[in-house]
Design a protein around this ligand. Structure first.
Ligand SMILES: N[C@@H](CCC(=O)N[C@@H](CS)C(=O)NCC(=O)O)C(=O)O
Length: 241
């Protein structure tokens, strides 16, 4: 197996497992456990991973090591996936543009809005605090745009499931263990999460990467953020026995 995926539990690296499962690519999985919120030494000390974050991959065929979900997804798709799950410039121009837009929207707009909102939530500001209002507005605008797109299209790029979907689902599922909470009012996103969660590749990735975690695909999320609950030591993220 040429690809080694370093996966941090309850994290964005679930995207890369899911991508490989969808592409049917074999990989060696190395799991790291949060300590109890941030990355453990096992991830931070890996050569070639200066930020110490996940996802992080090693390609034994080329010696390449790589971070950043989006870069890793493109690397794997183009190098080992024969371009599957991407939309290239040879496609119809609108579909190509939609693919590029939503692939990048996930980490360039949606994830930053969610993280700002997460930190504002942890700061426990008063309801009328200006910065809280700004963060909520920014997040709502991003979610509304996503919801509108999913109201007109089954998948983000168009009629076919692509890596743009793989980039996006973490933001509106597992990330909610850290903040966002309810998706009530974003019915198209919920329909979409049901479709994504029903995919065999998604199920296999979650079962391999985070078998203890309850996939967060419904409208409601735990009232308490995983961070407040003590990270992995809390049980808000765990499957009910
Ligand atoms: N933009 C990066 C973000 C990577 C990232 O922040 N990963 C988090 C997990 S969601 C992490 O490793 N956190 C551990 C830490 O910051 O110590 C990507 O998409 O790969």
């Amino acid at each position: 197996m040429v690809l080694t995926i370093h996966h941090l539990g309850i994290s964005q690296s679930e995207r890369i497992l899911w991508l490989c499962e969808e592409l049917g690519l074999p990989y060696t999985l190395v799991k790291h456990v949060r300590a109890p919120v941030l990355a453990p030494e096992s991830l931070k000390s890996l050569p070639g991973n200066p930020l110490g974050r996940a996802p992080f991959i090693e390609d034994s065929a080329t010696g390449v090591t790589l971070s950043e979900s989006g870069a890793i997804a493109e690397y794997i798709i183009q190098r080992y996936g024969g371009g599957r799950l991407a939309v290239g410039p040879e496609a119809e121009a609108r579909e190509y543009a939609e693919y590029l837009y939503w692939f990048h929207f996930a980490n360039a707009t949606l994830q930053p809005a969610l993280q700002v909102s997460m930190f504002i939530g942890l700061a426990k500001l008063e309801d009328g605090a200006m910065v809280k209002g700004l963060a909520e507005k920014r997040l709502h605008v991003a979610l509304k745009q996503l919801d509108d797109r999913l109201g007109e299209s089954k998948w983000l790029a168009g009629a076919e499931f692509t890596a743009a979907d793989i980039m996006t689902v973490y933001c509106v599922s597992t990330q909610r263990y850290y903040g966002l909470g309810s998706l009530a009012g974003y019915g198209n996103v919920l329909r979409y999460l049901g479709d994504c969660g029903g995919r065999e590749g998604y199920r296999r990735a979650m079962e391999r990467g985070d078998p203890e975690m309850e996939p967060l695909l419904g409208a409601e999320a735990p009232g308490k953020s995983l961070i407040e609950g003590g990270g992995t030591e809390s049980d808000v993220w765990k499957k009910r026995k």
